[in-house]
Design a protein around this ligand. Structure first.
Ligand code: ZN
Length: 162
């Protein structure tokens, strides 16, 4: 179980994967433009795997030399893309849902209910006791119905075969 957790940089053309990977606790930065060269430089500097539909990126010299890791996705279907990422990097057993901010990829920290009372809806304060907060954007997460629905949708990707 000492498998290293891979880190990703998600190209705009497969953007949905950023949120989904974060939902499963994977480090996935979203590349918001600025040219492919910038994305490649970030990937190499931070040891991130590029997820893209752009053939050109996967054919770069650095990729051929093995210095750049790229997974080229061949479909527009985000679920099939996600499935390919999980299978290629064997991520099923590495999922850690509820650990990373969906908005900005920052690792979440547990939050005391008293401290966040003022910024959560009253009915949530009444029904939930376990909260996580993003130290970056201050967004608060809890395992409510919305969360459960998302996790159910992603369950097939985070299956861990024994
Ligand atoms: Zn955040």
């Amino acid at each position: 179980m000492a498998q290293e957790r891979p880190k990703f940089i998600v190209d705009e053309n497969v953007g949905k994967l950023a949120r989904w990977l974060r939902m499963l606790g994977f480090d996935a930065v979203f590349f918001e433009g600025g040219g492919d060269s910038k994305m490649v430089a970030t990937a190499v500097a931070e040891n991130r795997i590029i997820l893209t539909r752009d053939t050109e990126v996967s054919q770069r010299r650095l990729a051929r030399l093995g210095k750049l890791k790229v997974l080229l996705l061949h479909t527009e279907n985000a679920e099939i893309q996600m499935d390919a990422v999980i299978k290629t990097f064997n991520l099923g057993c590495l999922a850690q849902p509820f650990t990373r901010c969906l908005e900005d990829n920052t690792p979440l920290m547990s939050a005391d209910k008293e401290e966040i009372m003022a910024i959560i809806p009253p009915h949530i304060a009444q029904t939930q006791n376990y909260f996580m907060q993003c130290p970056q954007c201050r967004r608060v997460y809890w395992k409510g119905t919305h969360w459960e629905a998302m996790i159910k949708r992603l369950a097939k990707f985070s299956r861990c075969p024994e």
